[in-house]
Write a protein that binds this ligand. Structure first.
Ligand SMILES: O=C(O)[C@H]1O[C@H](OP(=O)(O)OP(=O)(O)OC[C@H]2O[C@@H](n3ccc(=O)[nH]c3=O)[C@H](O)[C@@H]2O)[C@H](O)[C@@H](O)[C@H]1O
Length: 435
């Protein structure tokens, strides 16, 4: 306030400002100068801390909002570009060349491996965040590296890097799987969902719409967009305006954002609504995974039930079926129509359910695990918490079936058997610790 007063008392005409010479005034001036210098230093310091800790230059979200840590490595140089080109080179000259985001994730790893196996060029991108045990992501990365897929370590919000990747390789397709997953974690760390599922998606589409030629995009939406729907099975024509979690809301927003980029820029975009995907190399935050860990450890497992002992069930879908769906969507994706950031004609915009079409109660999932693990679970029946879970999911898959012959073939019993085999070989009999 005293500083304000001082400024208000100065004459408005330049050159008329006189410094009075009394010792009291000199002292007051020195004191004010010291205060100005002090607060300037504090201000500069704050700016430094903000920019130094910001996860990427293009993100406006302060990293203080993130408990989930994002890693980015240095990149660039001829050796780095050579690795990228080798990984992204298809076996035949007219083959597909796919940028897979979230390549060290569960679905990303399986899709990248399948694409590489059939001769497509594949480059992975992943930020290796610690939402769940990053060592599992590193193990998936090793697996992919052995089959010739290189993963660039960076965040999808790093627009400069994304542009650079498109300068090095003319990707024909983007399989966009990078996201903040998990329904319940959205209440703990909401900003991470906005960062990855909204800002990240927009940044990705911004780059895709500007490059020449524009790639076709296939991306992961979610069964959770059906939210509080009670009409089953869920069809793509059903309403999706009642999300029950922020996760679902960000995926629904993604579908609307896809519409905009298709409409304005002619990007060909396909959204896939995955239904509770499970299998080997899966996500430790998902129920089937941590139930397995806790049953082996002799820990009790919370099994949710709805009001009046209502059954909670999921249309659990095995990873190999999901991979077939992803490849089918990529293979039937039409080219984007825009160039130079301008639309030249209408482009393809699709959404498909990828589920299993046979929901299983969570308690039955536990019974299957008990048999496979030969250990009795300590069941703790709990009321379905009001944190985003829905009671029931069930996919109608006729659209994906018609469009690219999608037909899931693995039931939960068979799929969980494969998961348990993998789990025991990877972690041992509960001896190796799972985070
Ligand atoms: O289809 C999707 O789009 C989503 O699928 C997945 O979500 P969900 O179907 O909720 O899977 P998941 O957490 O494994 O819970 C499975 C069941 O166990 C119940 N459940 C869960 C935890 C618990 O402690 N107890 C319990 O009974 C729970 O009530 C539920 O009935 C993905 O995580 C999500 O990222 C998204 O892809």
């Amino acid at each position: 306030m005293s500083q304000m007063k001082h400024i208000d008392n100065t004459p408005s005409t330049p050159g008329k400002f006189k410094i009075e010479k009394s010792p009291y005034n000199r002292l007051r001036l020195q004191f004010s100068l010291a205060k100005i210098i002090f607060w300037s230093l504090v201000f500069v310091g704050l700016i430094f801390v903000f920019f130094y800790r910001s996860p990427s230059s293009s993100s406006h979200v302060s990293s203080d909002l993130f408990r989930r840590s994002l890693r980015t490595s240095s990149y660039g140089g001829p050796a780095w570009e050579k690795k990228i080109k080798a990984s992204a080179k298809p076996r035949s000259s007219n083959g597909m060349c796919v940028l897979v985001t979230g390549a060290a994730g569960f679905v990303g790893t399986h899709v990248s491996a399948a694409l590489k196996r059939r001769g497509n060029g594949v480059l992975g991108l992943d930020n290796f965040n610690d939402y769940y045990d990053p060592s599992l992501k590193r193990a998936r990365q090793e697996l992919l590296e052995r089959s010739g897929v290189y993963i660039v370590e960076a965040d999808i919000n790093d627009v400069t890097l994304l542009k650079k990747l498109f300068e090095i390789v003319a990707f024909t397709h983007v399989m966009h799987l990078a996201a903040q997953a998990g329904v319940r974690y959205a209440m703990e760390n909401p900003s991470s969902y906005v960062h990855s599922n909204i800002a990240g998606l927009v940044n990705m589409l911004e780059v895709c719409k500007s490059v020449n030629p524009q790639p076709s995009i296939v991306w992961a939406s979610s069964s959770s967009v059906y939210g509080l729907n009670t009409k089953v099975p869920f069809s793509e024509r059903d309403r999706t305006d009642q999300p029950a979690s922020l996760y679902a809301a960000t995926k629904k927003a993604g579908e609307e954002i896809a519409h905009t980029y298709n409409h304005i820029y002619g990007l060909s975009i396909t959204g896939l609504r995955f239904f509770t995907v499970y299998g080997p190399w899966g996500r430790p935050d998902m129920a089937y995974f941590f139930f397995t860990r806790d049953i082996l450890k002799g820990k009790s497992i919370p099994i949710f039930e709805a009001a009046n002992h209502g059954t909670v069930a999921r249309d659990f879908t095995y990873i190999d079926d999901i991979v077939k769906g992803c490849l089918g969507a990529l293979d039937t994706a039409k080219k984007s129509t825009g160039s130079g950031g301008k639309k030249k004609g209408p482009a393809q915009l699709r959404v498909f359910n990828l589920g299993n079409t046979s929901p299983v109660p969570v308690s039955d999932l536990v019974s299957i695990l008990e048999k496979l693990l030969k250990v009795k679970a300590k069941r703790l029946i709990m009321k379905l918490p009001r944190n985003g879970d829905v009671q029931f999911t069930h996919a109608n898959i006729s659209l994906a079936q018609k469009e690219f012959g999608y037909k899931p073939t693995t039931d939960l019993q068979t799929g969980l058997k494969k998961f348990v085999q993998w789990y025991l070989s990877y972690y041992g009999n509960g001896k190796k610790s799972v985070q």
